[in-house]
Write a protein of this length. Sequence first.
Length: 277
Amino acid sequence: MPVSVLLMVLLGAFLHAGWNLLVKIGRNAHVATANVFIGAGCLAGATLPFLPSPAVASWPYLGASVSAELIYGVLLATAYRTGDLSLTYPLMRGTAPLLVAFASLALVGERLSRSGWAGVSLISGGIILLVFEARSRGRSGAAFALLAALVIATYTTIDGVGVRVSMHPIAYAFWNFALTAVPWLLWSVARGRADRWAALRRQLPSGFLGGACSLASYAIALWAMTRAPVAAVAALRETSIVFGLLLGMLILHERVSRLRALAAVAVTLGVIVMRSG
């Protein structure tokens, strides 16, 4: 994987951790999630007139991806509403890479080198350590997080193929966000009681900030998938766990245990090993 691609994916990982933090600290997880998706969709939609249209062959993948993203958003909000960030985020982001690796092998015929598999294993193993640490505290939300991980693996694999046939990775990503925002906007309008509208207005600035982070993060990932193996990019994005730990420590004042530190080291080593492949 080229150094430029690696650095861009790491930037995307930081942005991803940032918007998840914004959802977690929102007063209402479902409203916060809706705001992020709507914010990302509005920003993406504003650029569509200036972007080329994705190839016709990619539109079925876009439709399938949007459907999966909607399910993911519901599961994400529910997981954050019922569980702790230290459990749900690692479980969602840690389980997906190996699922993507196997799916890309079966569907795309893409094979990783030994060092690539070692990097995937180290990154995923480090995140699983975080899950065990969180589980020891009896946190809830694991079932929703596992379901979300399955959906993440699904839309990542779909997009890994779709972006390659789209001929225009950024346009594909921005259409994805714009279309995904539509059902969330309809939900907000349909459920527009006075208290919900007040919550939406209150969280609007953080929603647009989170939307911008989400938009940039996934656009970077899709672009990287055209320059490197899908499984490698998907695994490298999971370094967002390290950024999530730092943000949790600095913003949420969470205690970083030895096990969490060990997990962060494993993730970092995974990045180094993957880079060598």
